[in-house]
Design a protein around this ligand. Structure first.
Ligand SMILES: C[C@@]1(CC(=O)O)c2cc3[nH]c(cc4nc(cc5[nH]c(cc(n2)[C@H]1CCC(=O)O)[C@@](C)(CC(=O)O)[C@@H]5CCC(=O)O)C(CC(=O)O)=C4CCC(=O)O)c(CCC(=O)O)c3CC(=O)O
Ligand SMILES: [Co+2]
Length: 419
C-alpha cells in the first residue's frame, strides 16, 4: 500500500498567500513517514486545484489517500466544499480517500498563537517602552464564517490567549461574514481606556484578508494617536502549527476513525461527477454504512465532541433551520481561476484604495454566500461569472442556503458599506 497525503488549502488571489501555503507543504513531509508522498491543492482561485493534487498522488501509485483540510475551523469549506470535492473524486476513480479534521481548538495551536502575540508584545516594549500586560488589551481577529461553531471557537481561543498570557482585557472581531468586523471592534476597544492594543489575526497565512485586518488597524490607529495599536503576526508555518497538521494526518490511521465531515451520517451528500448524473447519497444510506463495518464515531450512540455543536446535526440557537441541509460544494465558480484572477490587484479596484475592504462582496455576503453572477452597479473585478468552463451545479439541481441571519447586524458584514 502506498500512502499519499493531500492538503486541501483555501487558496487566494494573493500570490504571497499562495507562496506561504506552499511552504507548509514543503515542510510537512519531515514530520511524516518518509515513504509517504505529500501534495496539495486549493479550493478557490489558486492553482493547483484539489483534483490536480489528487491526480498526482494517484498517478504516482498511491492507493490510500489521507486528506486534511488546510483550515483552522470547521465551517463551510471544511464541512461542505472539501468533503464534496474529495468524495466526488473517490467515487469517480474508485480510490480510497480518507478525510481528517480541521486544526481546531488545540493546545498546540494556542501555543503557536501565544508565541506570535508574545513576539508582538516584546516588539512593542522595545519600541515604545515597557508596559504591564494589565494595561494592554488583546484583540483576536478570526476569519468569520456563517457557522456559529467556528465563530465560537475563535472566541474560545481568544479567551485562552487572554487568560493564558494575562492581558488586561480581550475582545474578538472578524474579517468578514459575521460581526463585529475589524473596524467596529477596534473602535469599541479604543473606548476601553487601554494604552496598548495588540491586534492578532488568528489566520494561517497572509492574503487579502490579512491586508484588510492590518489596513483597518492602521485606519483606527490614525484616529486614536494616544493608543498604541500593535499588529501581531499571523500563525504562518509555526512549528506547532506544522505539528498539529501532522497530527491531523497521522491520527487517521487509528482503529477508530476520527469524526469528520467526509463521512457525516446526518446529511445527504451530493456528488457531482462530470459527464454523469448528479449522485445523491442520503443520510440514511450513509448511516447504513455502519452495517458495512465502517464503525465511525459519527454512526455511534454518543455524538463525537467535534459534532456536538454542528448546526447541520442539531438545532443550534439562531440557526435552527439548517439542520440536515444537504452537503455539497459551492466553489466551482472560482476554482482554479488563478491567483491573478480579477480583483487580486487593489490598484484596479474602484471601491478600495489601499487594501480590499470587502465592499465589492457585500452583496454576496448579505444575500447569498456563493458568488452568483449578480448585478454589480460598478465594474469591480470581484464579480464571479458563472459562465466558466466546467458544468455548474447551480443550474442542474435545486439548491438553496439560508441567508446568514445577522448579515444586517450594525457591526456586521454590511456595515462596511458605511465607509
Ligand atoms: C478574499 C476572499 C477571496 C477572494 O475573493 O479573493 C477570501 C479569502 C480567504 N478566505 C480564507 C479563509 C476562509 N474563508 C472562509 C469563508 C468564506 N470566504 C469567502 C470569501 C473570501 N475569502 C473572499 C473575501 C470576501 C470578503 O470580501 O469578505 C466567503 C464569504 C465566500 C466564499 O468563499 O464562497 C466564504 C463564506 C462562507 C460562509 O458562508 O461561511 C472561511 C470559513 C469557512 O470555512 O467557511 C475561512 C476560514 C477557513 C479556516 O478555518 O481556516 C483565506 C485563508 C485565510 C488563512 O490563511 O487563514 C483567504 C485567503 C486570503 O485572505 O487571501
Ligand atoms: Co467562494
Amino acid at each position: 500500500m502506498k500512502t499519499g497525503v493531500m492538503i486541501c488549502g483555501h487558496g487566494s488571489r494573493s500570490q504571497s498567500a499562495v507562496d506561504e501555503f506552499a511552504v507548509l507543504a514543503e515542510k510537512l513531509p519531515a514530520l511524516l513517514p518518509s515513504d509517504w508522498m505529500v501534495d496539495y491543492g486549493y479550493l478557490e482561485f489558486a492553482n493547483p486545484v484539489i483534483r490536480d493534487g489528487l491526480d498526482r498522488l494517484r498517478n504516482a501509485g498511491c492507493d490510500r489517500i489521507l486528506a486534511v483540510p488546510g483550515m483552522l475551523f470547521a465551517a463551510m469549506h471544511s464541512k461542505n466544499d472539501i468533503p464534496t470535492v474529495l468524495n466526488t473524486y473517490a467515487a469517480k476513480h474508485g480510490i480510497d480517500v480518507k478525510y481528517g479534521r480541521e486544526l481546531g481548538v488545540d493546545p498546540k495551536m494556542i501555543a503557536a498563537a501565544g508565541a506570535r502575540i508574545k513576539d508582538a508584545v516584546a516588539r512593542a516594549n522595545a519600541e515604545h517602552g515597557d508596559l504591564p500586560l494589565h494595561e494592554t488589551a488583546l484583540v483576536v481577529i478570526g476569519r468569520g464564517a456563517s457557522d456559529p461553531d467556528a465563530n465560537g471557537n475563535v472566541s474560545k481561543i481568544a479567551r485562552m490567549l487572554w487568560e493564558g498570557i494575562g492581558f488586561g482585557w480581550g475582545e474578538v472581531g472578524y474579517s468578514g461574514v459575521t460581526f463585529p468586523l475589524v473596524e467596529p471592534c477596534l473602535e469599541h476597544v479604543a473606548k476601553l481606556g487601554y494604552k496598548r492594543v495588540i491586534v492578532f489575526p488568528y489566520f494561517l497565512f497572509t492574503g487579502i484578508l490579512i491586508d484588510r485586518i492590518y489596513g483597518f488597524t492602521d485606519q483606527v490607529a490614525a484616529k486614536h494617536p494616544d493608543i498604541q495599536f500593535v499588529k501581531a503576526g499571523y500563525l504562518n508555518d509555526h512549528p506547532k502549527v506544522l505539528e498539529t497538521f501532522a497530527e491531523r494526518i497521522l491520527e487517521q490511521q487509528g482503529d477508530v476513525p476520527v469524526p469528520n465531515c467526509g463521512i457525516c451520517a446526518y446529511r445527504t451528500q451530493v456528488l457531482e461527477i462530470e459527464g454523469q448524473e448528479v449522485q445523491k447519497i442520503t443520510a440514511e444510506a450513509r448511516a447504513a454504512l455502519r452495517a458495512d463495518g465502517q464503525n465511525h464515531p459519527a454512526f455511534g450512540d454518543v455524538t463525537p465532541p467535534t459534532c456536538v455543536m454542528c448546526k447541520y446535526r442539531t438545532q443550534i440557537l439562531g440557526f435552527e433551520t439548517e439542520v440536515g441541509s444537504v452537503q455539497e460544494s459551492h466553489h466551482h465558480h472560482v476554482e482554479g481561476q488563478g491567483a491573478s484572477a480579477p480583483g487580486s490587484n487593489v490598484a484596479d479596484c474602484t471601491l478600495c484604495s489601499h487594501f480590499c475592504t470587502g465592499m465589492c462582496r457585500l452583496e454576496t455576503a448579505a444575500h447569498d454566500h456563493h458568488h452568483h453572477d449578480h448585478d454589480h452597479s460598478h465594474d469591480h473585478p470581484h464579480t464571479h461569472d458563472h459562465a466558466h468552463g466546467h458544468g455548474h451545479h447551480h443550474d442542474h439541481h435545486d439548491h438553496s442556503h439560508p441567508e446568514y441571519p445577522h448579515a444586517k447586524h450594525p457591526h456586521g458584514p454590511e456595515s462596511a458599506r458605511k465607509s
